[in-house]
Design a protein around this ligand. Structure first.
Ligand code: 5GP
Length: 113
């Protein structure tokens, strides 16, 4: 069964894709928590951060570089933003296809509440 995000990456589910390359896809979160809320997802199915291997080093690096690129594209780079990756139950992960949240467009407050 392809993950929900795999279907978005392949264009089988509608979404607002803001960036895509050979390794990652970035699209707007369906339930945004800030004026800008973009999910950056590896095209390859990786379940959680725990499942990353040394082979995935390029993908892991690309996620961060694309976050930077999308922040510039969205006009939030200078004011700043937050990048979040949730892992498993205590991390609050709901969708089990690794993804990075890029949130900004307002002051994000303290890191943990
Ligand atoms: P997690 O809690 O796993 O880190 O975050 C999952 C995120 O995926 C949530 O912010 C949720 O709003 C978003 N999400 C869930 N289903 C969909 C969907 O079908 N489309 C989009 N664009 N985002 C989704």
């Amino acid at each position: 069964m392809p993950s929900l995000f795999a279907k978005i990456i392949r264009g089988e589910l509608p979404s607002d894709i803001v960036y895509q390359d050979d390794l990652v896809t970035a699209f707007r979160d369906i339930n945004p928590q800030a004026p800008t809320h973009v999910l950056i997802v590896p095209n390859k199915f990786i379940r959680t951060v725990n499942d990353l291997t040394a082979e995935d080093e390029q993908i892991a690096g690309r996620l961060l570089l694309v976050a930077k690129k999308v922040a510039e594209q969205e006009g939030i780079a200078e004011d700043g933003y937050r990048i979040i990756i949730n892992c498993n139950r205590h991390g609050g992960q709901e969708v089990y296809h690794l993804h990075m949240h890029l949130v900004g467009g307002r002051a994000m407050g303290r890191m943990l509440r």
